[in-house]
Design a protein around this ligand. Structure first.
Ligand SMILES: *[C@@H]1O[C@H](CO)[C@@H](O)[C@H](O)[C@H]1NC(C)=O
Length: 272
């Protein structure tokens, strides 16, 4: 049913974005600025940086409300880091900004390698892009806090990226268990109270007071990232397929995590 679409779309992508193989030239790092359409129709400029020596990809963009989203994929340590810097409303007694960090395991094939990313060039930087494949929302329950002083064990980039998050560095219990099984020290993680562990811990929007602990929610969406390489075939018989472009994806993440005060979760009331 989609067969009729394959050719025109892949041709279009191949013209717009090319994977240059730059034979004989080593490419260690690169930066790409891509204009992407956000869910509310606004256009944001996304910065994609690849460093193939450190084997990381960094993606960063600012939402219309001023929130800065930074995503780091550390392929060496198989860790991905989400950092969000949320601007506070000073007139409501909030801090100037609040930083949250979420750390989870990076799965294989979630996005293209840092080496391929470093070779990516775009032909038409003014074009406004939407991802070809829109993936759903992944739900993550962040039941563990990560101690910033020990976070270097998970990824050497974590301390730098999450420095300003302080105590607000979260991971899932299953991820923490995986890292513990692979030699990370137990003191790196601290279990957090969970809403099902008894009365008193409610979702923040229904929490009675600003100074009560509660379970906070935060959602974000990576609107555009290269998730797969595309291979093309030459007409020559028995020639092997070659890399000729990328497939772009968009994916949402919904985090739930403990906060010691509802005051630290004030965005989680407007959408209820
Ligand atoms: C985090 O680790 C440091 C260094 O080991 C330790 O001094 C500190 O007390 C820990 N913080 C928490 C909140 O456990």
């Amino acid at each position: 049913m989609f067969a009729g679409w394959n050719l025109p779309i892949s041709l279009y992508i191949n013209v717009v974005i090319l994977v240059h193989l730059l034979l004989g030239v080593s490419v260690f790092s690169s930066e790409l600025k891509v204009r992407v359409r956000l869910v509310d129709g606004q256009v944001a400029e996304e910065t994609l940086e690849a460093d193939s020596e450190q084997d990381i990809i960094t993606l960063e963009f600012k939402q219309r409300d001023g929130t800065l989203i930074t995503f780091v994929a550390d392929f060496k340590k198989e860790v991905k880091i989400f950092r969000t810097l949320i601007l506070g409303e000073l007139e409501r007694g909030q801090r100037q900004y609040q930083v949250l960090c979420f750390v989870t395991r990076l799965n294989h094939n979630e996005l293209i390698s840092s080496e391929s990313m470093a070779r990516l060039r775009q032909k038409n930087p003014r074009a406004i892009r939407s991802a070809e494949e829109r993936r759903g929302m992944e739900q993550l329950s962040m039941g563990m806090a990560v101690n910033l002083s020990r976070a270097g064990q998970l990824s050497p980039h974590l301390r730098n990226v999450c420095r300003e998050a302080g105590a607000a560095i979260y991971t899932q219990q299953a991820d923490a268990q995986h890292w513990l099984d692979h030699g990370v020290e137990g003191a790196t993680f601290q279990p957090l109270p969970q809403s099902w562990e008894g009365p008193g811990l409610e979702d923040c929007p229904s929490s009675p007071g600003l100074w009560q602990p509660c379970v906070c929610r935060y959602s974000l969406r990576l609107e555009w990232y290269p998730c797969l390489l595309r291979y093309c075939h030459t007409h020559a018989a028995r020639a092997s397929p070659y890399k000729c472009g990328i497939r772009s994806c968009s994916k949402g993440f919904h985090f739930r995590f403990y906060v010691p005060y509802r005051h630290l979760c004030l965005w989680d009331e407007e959408d209820t």
